[in-house]
Design a binder for this molecule. Structure first.
Ligand code: AMP
Length: 488
């Protein structure tokens, strides 16, 4: 078996690896580090959790240990699809380069340009960025990319989903032709293949898992669930989620709960909290500082349940997640692979439990086709007696059922200047009714800024006819035949 000491890494990097407690390189590391150190292009096909971040950061640090950065001219560039992933790569750099004097800047949305400009002005060895933010800096004339010697594209398949490929192509064009490229993707869609054929030069291809397969150490299962009534489905589904969590008991030390829509991320997190579960939401509408705080809490173990959307959770490195709950079946089969890849990382065991409602059965079939296996069905932990539903805690007046407007698609902003989330599979006219606190929504406004479209039609405000039907006072003529009525 390959040892880190066989890999010709800088001794100070080896020291940091040792301190991180890594015993031996993972397959992607053993495969990618040697060619990267030789200056070759690398095409790594690996899902998250395989140790791929270190497979490019370790050789980069080794290569960058020699030489110095010039003002506004970073020597290396790492492109990530989301802020969280970029922040995580930055953390990895800090961990592995702690015995070296390398400088880095993180260019992500939600951080002031001024602060970032100051760092770039001083000269950085490593620039870690989301594509949109990087191009913003470039267009402001603050950044020169002609000294980039190594460029990394991380999670390229996600970049594709999020519409970043044109930006990536542009950034490739702004860096020197002679740069070294390390390119990572969990899957090789045709568009990704095209990019790699265009911009990589005779890359060393390292594939550590079959395309879009799921880790063998992750136990997967699904509960088929149908609400007792359509308007109760959402509430009952949350009850099923609680039942599933409870059934796992102490085995569930911490978990990520995935929802397809941001609005459900908020509702599910609030609901879990209300029932005494330690949960918090994370999605693109939350302030960056808030997201960071929540993530830190989850990483440190002070938060047990992270309720997340796909984009917010993409690439999150939380080493010891025992469970992933798919509150919704993802609309894109590949998102399933990414979601459940949050558990069972770096060889640990994990469990992924999904709830499937009838309208998601087609998506479930797509997932099973992609992962080439049938996901075992398990019993619904909640006996579906509608009258028992949500018996406690009591429902407060503000939690009375409210009809919310349907939404078609929800975007999640990983990067404020970019097209954002993967379109999710949401029926065009879902009307969710909930006995739990709905997320406050901005009233819809017409072009003159007036609230529209909520509650009853406007003329109901004037027409206060509350009684519908005839009550006890049926007029006599109703009981007569038509002929008799005419005769009256
Ligand atoms: P990644 O796929 O880069 O997100 O890494 C997944 C997790 O594996 C991270 O928590 C890393 O700290 C951890 N890791 C990376 N390389 C190794 C290694 N060689 N041995 C043990 N853990 C590792």
């Amino acid at each position: 078996m390959t040892k880190f000491s066989d890999l010709k890494l800088n001794p100070k990097v080896l020291k940091a690896i040792d301190e991180a407690g890594y015993e031996s390189p993972t397959p992607i590391q053993a495969g990618a580090i040697p060619p990267a150190l030789e200056g070759k292009d690398v095409l790594g096909i690996a899902q998250t959790g395989t140790g791929k971040t270190a497979s490019f950061t370790l050789p980069m640090i080794t290569l960058l240990a020699r030489g110095r950065a010039r003002a506004r001219m970073p020597r290396s560039l790492v492109l990530c699809p989301t802020r969280e992933l970029a922040a995580q790569v930055a953390e990895n750099f800090d961990t592995y380069s702690k015995h070296l004097k390398l400088t880095k800047a993180l260019l992500i949305g939600g951080v002031s340009f001024k602060e970032q400009d100051n760092l770039i002005d001083k000269g950085v060895d490593v620039l870690i960025a989301t594509p949109g933010r990087l191009l913003d800096h470039f267009e402001r004339g603050k950044l020169i990319l002609s000294d980039v010697k190594v460029m990394v594209v991380d999670e390229a398949d996600r970049m594709l989903d999020m519409g970043f490929i044109p930006d990536i192509e542009r950034i490739f064009g702004l860096t020197p032709f002679t740069r070294q490229t390390l390119f990572f993707s969990a899957t090789m869609a045709p568009e990704i293949e095209r990019i790699t054929n265009t911009f990589l030069s005779a890359p060393e291809r390292i594939e550590v898992a079959r395309q879009a397969t799921t880790g063998e150490n992750i136990e997967q299962c699904v509960v088929m669930f149908k609400g007792s009534r359509r308007d109760r489905e959402a509430t009952e589904k949350r009850k099923v989620l609680r039942g599933l969590i409870d059934r796992e008991g102490d085995k569930c030390t911490n978990a990520i709960v995935f929802c397809n829509r941001k609005v459900d991320v908020d509702i599910v997190a609030k609901s879990l909290k209300k029932y005494g579960y330690d949960a918090a939401p994370i999605h693109g509408d939350l302030e960056q500082s808030h997201r960071t705080r929540t993530l830190d809490g989850f990483r440190e173990g002070t938060l047990r349940f992270l309720v997340a959307s796909d984009v917010a959770a993409r690439g999150l490195d939380v080493p010891a997640v025992s469970h992933v709950f798919n509150f919704d079946v993802p609309g894109h089969a590949e998102d399933y692979v990414h979601r459940i890849g949050r558990t069972g990382r770096a060889g640990r065991d994990g469990k992924a439990i999904m709830i499937c409602v009838p309208r998601d059965e087609k998506n479930l079939a797509d997932i099973e086709r992609l992962v080439q296996r049938e996901i075992p069905r398990i019993d619904n932990p909640v006996a579906q007696k509608p009258e028992e539903e949500d018996a406690s805690p009591p429902v407060s007046p503000e939690e009375k059922p409210k009809r919310r407007r349907s939404r078609s698609r929800v975007k999640d902003d990983a990067n404020e200047t970019q097209p954002q989330d993967t379109p999710v599979n949401i029926p065009e006219t879902v009307v969710a009714e909930s006995t739990e606190p709905p997320v406050p929504e901005e009233p819809k406004r017409n072009t003159r800024g007036r609230s529209v479209g909520r509650g009853r039609p406007a003329n109901n405000d004037r027409n206060d006819n509350k009684v519908v039907g005839l009550g006890d006072h049926t007029p006599e003529f109703i009981g007569l035949s038509f002929k008799e009525r005419c005769a009256v």
